[in-house]
Design a protein around this ligand. Sequence first.
Ligand SMILES: NC(=O)c1ccc[n+]([C@@H]2O[C@H](COP(=O)([O-])OP(=O)(O)OC[C@H]3O[C@@H](n4cnc5c(N)ncnc54)[C@H](OP(=O)(O)O)[C@@H]3O)[C@@H](O)[C@H]2O)c1
Length: 364
Amino acid sequence: MEANNRRSFLKAGSLLGASLLAAPLVNKASGKEIILDIKPEKTKERILGTGKHSLKVNYGLGLGCMGMSWHRTFIPDRKPMIALIQKAYDMGVNFFDTAEAYGPWRNEELVGEAIRPFRKKIILCSKFGFNIQDGKLAGFNSKPAHIREVVEQSLKRLKTDYIDLLYQHRVDPTVPIEDVAGTVKDLIKQGKVLNFGLSEADPANIRKAHAVQQITALQTEYSLISRDPEGEILNTCEVLGIGFVPYSPIARALLTGYINPLTKYVADNDNRDTLPRYTPDAVKANWPLMEAIADFGNQRGLTAAQVSLSWLLAQKPWIVPIPGTTKQAHLQENLWSANYDFTKDELKTFTEKIAGIKITGARS
Ligand SMILES: NC(=O)c1ccc[n+]([C@@H]2O[C@H](COP(=O)([O-])OP(=O)(O)OC[C@H]3O[C@@H](n4cnc5c(N)ncnc54)[C@H](OP(=O)(O)O)[C@@H]3O)[C@@H](O)[C@H]2O)c1
């Protein structure tokens, strides 16, 4: 980036940022974060899945817990993260997302400890699907014996005797999806798992798995900058009565205005460093998207994160995003998105505007 361009970009960015960033309030004397305890007006429940394999999610929004232990640059202290999860529950959140892979293991341990006081009142979601060697992910593994073993270990880490929603984290090309679904079906019969989900699966695998064991939800990346599920994937879910859970719904902070070309990631604990859309050039090239989001939000008193989440909620009534955060202020801001309903006209005009913006950098 040339010096002049860079300066004007940063100036524009800081002006934009001033209207986008909702920095947590901090009490200077105690150093403690001050939380404005405003709950969203209504819980606006949403249902994932159908019939006996459906789940009722408050606000239609869950809490992604991964970043509290993994992949988001810094690993915060355990105590405030436990307090954050408990605060979310106090605010009415009942849908919590973790996985064996996050950490690995650390995140399930954290979530297990945090939810202990209210375990039976929430929907606890976890995932299997990887080999883990020397504390690192080492390829897919959805062999039936491995799934059973991982579930036993997850139950211990989560300090519970059942998982409400168990996802296969990624399709394992070496194991027929019917065998995976059959294994989860057995775990459901045993009461160790209550519902089945897939993550990043294609329509053919969704259909094959669903024929063996009803699927409650598909979890896949979906946001204003990653719109791949629109079309075949969402149609398949709709036809089969499967709920949809967008992960990285604010594109790992990209859609909040917090990330700019100077943002640094700690490479050994942040996957954004490896993703093409997070390079300084791509962040700069995609800035018109940020401007469009800010423009829409500024006129309506919404932050960029709120516009991004409300837009996802407006797509289908069976969509439940799981934004991740390590800050109570962001948790509150994100939950508030459930209060905003796009009108039909707003949805059409804003979506058309976004569709006209060229996105630079592949999603992965
Ligand atoms: N199935 C899968 O393969 C898969 C893959 C990735 C993630 N997931 C799940 O999806 C969850 C969410 O995904 P994600 O963490 O990748 O991405 P995300 O929710 O789109 O973004 C999280 C990032 O945005 C920041 N953020 C959150 N709210 C904000 C706000 N209001 N203003 C400014 N910044 C904000 C967070 O930082 P702060 O901590 O500073 O708020 C964090 O860095 C994860 O926790 C995990 O449970 C699943």
